[in-house]
Ligand binder design. Structure first.
Ligand code: FPP
Length: 251
């Protein structure tokens, strides 16, 4: 994802965002409020994910990025990390064929080094099988952290300078954007966070420069097509200016 592609700057009246990104928050609180273990909240979170992937496909959204496991989630208890990894394994094993049949193209962003080999294998399998699909692009942010992604890009640019392949002056936002994890994917138009928290938590911080942020009060396991449509309606009411003037006043 680079800053190069800002899809709604073309003057079109796009009330459906091309790219929606979601911070799926509140699984633990959903479970706690029902006296259930946190693992059950995450399990119901996967059900919500299935619903939202289907809804996104139906609504004609082209890119859906989901924050599945952040680089900060390693600080959680080992048992919870095991549960989350188990859910990812099961999600890919059980749902990949359906995703493929539905024309979903799976992409993965984040750091794969240090992940269990079987997880890395499953992530690659999902990408390889669905590479040619042309409906929804499902971008799974797994072991992802925005600061690390930006630092890695800076490191590659620094190496090119050290190798004499580029000058420091040639480094600009476009050059850095090209070294992010998915430079071909347009920046998110809409970022949704569930559960009422209002922050980005190290998610797509570079790519979010002009994203509309919508915070919804419901916990992720309760999120469904109606909630997605509600967030999109809120997005459609916003006026995106990309640093320019309002349509009414500028010309
Ligand atoms: C936030 O809830 C959610 C996560 C840390 C992970 C999101 C994971 C899923 C929806 C299920 C796994 C899906 C895949 C494909 C791996 P929280 O635990 O931070 O909730 P809390 O803030 O209420 O405690």
């Amino acid at each position: 994802m680079s800053n190069a592609a800002a899809p709604a700057t073309d003057g079109s009246d796009r009330s459906t965002p091309l790219h929606v990104a979601i911070i799926m928050d509140g699984n633990g609180r959903w479970a706690a409020s029902r006296g259930l273990p946190r693992a059950e909240g995450h399990r119901r979170g996967v059900d919500a994910l299935r619903r939202v992937v289907r809804a996104s496909n139906e609504l004609g959204i082209q890119y859906l990025t989901i924050f599945s496991f952040s680089s900060e989630n390693w600080s959680r208890p080992a048992t919870e990390i095991r549960d989350l990894f188990g859910l990812l394994r099961r999600f890919i094993r059980n749902d990949l064929a359906t995703l493929h049949a539905d024309g979903v193209c799976v992409r993965v962003i984040g750091e794969r080094e240090g992940l269990d080999p079987d997880i890395r294998g499953l992530l690659s399998e999902a990408e390889d099988l669905t590479r040619g699909n042309t409906k929804l692009n499902l971008v799974v942010a797994f072991n992802y952290g925005s600061r690390h992604e930006i630092a890695k890009a800076a490191q590659r640019l620094a190496q090119e300078v050290a190798d004499g392949k580029r000058t420091p002056e040639s480094i600009n936002a476009d050059a850095l954007g090209q070294y992010l994890d998915a430079p071909d994917i347009p920046d998110p138009d809409l970022i949704i966070r569930t559960s009422g928290e209002q922050r980005l938590s190290n998610f797509l911080m570079w790519q979010a420069a002009y994203s509309e942020l919508v915070f919804v009060p419901i916990h992720w396991p309760d999120f469904d097509k109606a909630a997605l449509e509600g967030a999109i309606a809120e997005y459609a009411r916003r006026e995106r200016r990309f640093g320019g003037l309002a349509a009414k006043t500028g010309s």
